[in-house]
Design a protein around this ligand. Structure first.
Ligand SMILES: *[C@@H]1O[C@H](CO)[C@@H](O)[C@H](O)[C@H]1NC(C)=O
Ligand SMILES: *[C@@H]1O[C@H](CO)[C@@H](O)[C@H](O)[C@H]1NC(C)=O
Ligand SMILES: *[C@@H]1O[C@H](CO)[C@@H](O)[C@H](O)[C@H]1NC(C)=O
Length: 204
């Protein structure tokens, strides 16, 4: 208990400092010392089947309702469905290398995140639909956390579509659908954290 609380404090401090952009300003300040083609090391997380909250700088993934055609939005609602107040997803590998993922509703494995008109929405799983396959690239990926609560599994992650090579971005406000836009690692609206916890357990 003490240990996991200590971790939570550390990870919250870490995420707070990331949110304030200090890691990025540090990178910008020091980047001239690196060779021209220097890039941060990128990892593709293994989420070990955990239920996850996907948290961005001003919102957390949710859905207008839990049915096909419902948009993914920036507030952790599940519409009328309250069984799991914070909207949780599971990201399952589809077996490709580098790792690609199917993003499933945690309570309905047949409902997955796909794309229509550049907007993210829940759809019935269709294994021949390439827009239901996602790439997740992070600057930090942990492992060995299966079953842990309030664990920051990965952070500084972009979530992109290998089909369009565009990245997921939060809307300007929490009720707008998440969209696919040209990728920019400097845009905080495109950076996400993956937590094995709801907002209460994260201490928010
Ligand atoms: C599944 O996806 C394929 C490829 O995009 C599409 O042709 C097909 O109509 C889809 N099936 C259903 C049931 O939507
Ligand atoms: C969020 O954006 C939508 C669409 O532009 C708008 O209808 C709604 O009023 C906005 N909500 C808030 C709280 O600003
Ligand atoms: C959030 O997680 C905590 C800790 O696991 C749990 O006690 C609480 O019931 C959860 N709250 C909601 C709204 O799911």
């Amino acid at each position: 208990m003490l240990l996991s609380n200590a971790f939570l404090v550390i990870s919250l401090t870490l995420s707070a400092s990331l949110e304030s952009g200090s890691a990025y300003s540090l990178f910008r300040r020091t980047s001239s010392f690196f060779p021209r083609d220097w890039e941060p090391e990128i990892c593709n997380p293994d989420f070990e089947g955990s239920a996850l909250s996907v948290v961005g700088n001003h919102g957390e993934w949710g859905a207008e309702s839990i049915e096909p055609g419902s948009h993914i939005i920036g507030t952790s609602t599940r519409g009328a469905e309250i069984a799991n107040a914070d909207f949780h997803f599971t990201l399952t590998h589809n077996g490709e290398t580098p790792r690609r993922y199917v993003i499933q509703d945690v309570d309905h494995a047949d409902l997955v995140v796909g794309i229509v008109n550049n907007k993210l929405q829940l759809q019935n799983l269709n294994i021949s639909d390439p827009t239901q396959i996602w790439s997740v690239q992070c600057e930090f990926c942990d492992s060995g956390f299966a079953g842990e609560d309030a664990y920051l599994a990965a952070y500084d992650c972009t979530i992109s579509s290998p089909t369009t090579e565009e990245c997921v971005e939060l809307g300007l406000n929490k009720t707008q659908p998440l969209t696919l836009v040209p990728c920019s690692r400097r845009d905080e609206k495109q950076l996400f954290q993956f937590w094995t916890a709801n907002a209460t357990a994260r201490g928010e």
